[in-house]
Design a protein around this ligand. Structure first.
Ligand code: PRP
Length: 183
């Protein structure tokens, strides 16, 4: 049993839960991309922890690359207008691209990215989202091909996910205490 950070009110996914989810997703991806040499793309920064685990759970040939985007505005909700801060180094024309995300909320970040990358004529473009946030009455703008787990509409941190750049290093997915972000 891992010790709980004092700012976290509960664990949604333990390290063991995460390992199980990642193994299952890695097996699905390895099966589907066995002959495709996919380019697996992580969107910085939140996805790096998941990417590092997921790529080691994939046992077919693959390559990696990274993108960094920033949403315009400082609001907690993404607007869907994103600026490319770091573009891919790899040409994706004719490639099978798999975008790796830590969490899908509105899906606006991803839908923008997918539109932009589709213009470069990849053979295919799919999404592996570790978490999908379930918000009543809200349907994400993107449907991921691979989903790790669904989480409730709470402030979630750990395993790459931050609040004000903190907590990304927690090895589990936890719910942040409201008094921490309401201060
Ligand atoms: C988070 C997450 C997704 C996006 C999801 O990134 O990593 O990219 O928000 O939100 P959406 O589905 O509503 O668009 P964030 O902008 O917090 O950057 P980070 O990865 O550096 O934490």
């Amino acid at each position: 049993m891992e010790s709980l950070h004092p700012d976290v009110q509960g664990i949604l996914l333990s390290e063991k839960d995460i390992q199980d989810v990642v193994s299952r997703m890695g097996a699905e991806i390895s099966r589907d991309y066995a002959e495709k040499n996919p380019l697996v793309v992580a969107v910085l920064r939140g996805a790096v922890v998941f990417m590092a685990d997921l790529m080691r759970a994939i046992d077919c040939p693959m390559a990696i690359d990274f993108m960094a985007v920033s949403s315009y505005g400082e609001g907690a909700k993404s607007s869907g207008v994103v600026r490319i801060v770091k573009d891919l180094d790899t040409k994706i024309e004719g490639r099978d691209v798999l975008i790796v995300e830590d969490i899908l909320d509105s899906g606006l970040t991803l839908s923008y990215l997918m539109r932009m990358l589709s213009n470069r004529n990849p053979a295919s473009i799919e999404v592996a989202a570790f978490l999908v946030k379930d918000v009543p009455g809200n349907r994400p703008a993107v449907t991921p091909r691979y989903v790790g787990a669904h989480v409730p509409d709470e402030f979630i941190v750990g395993y790459g996910l931050d609040f004000a750049e903190r907590y990304r290093n927690l090895p589990y997915i936890g719910i942040l205490k409201p008094e921490v972000y309401q201060k």
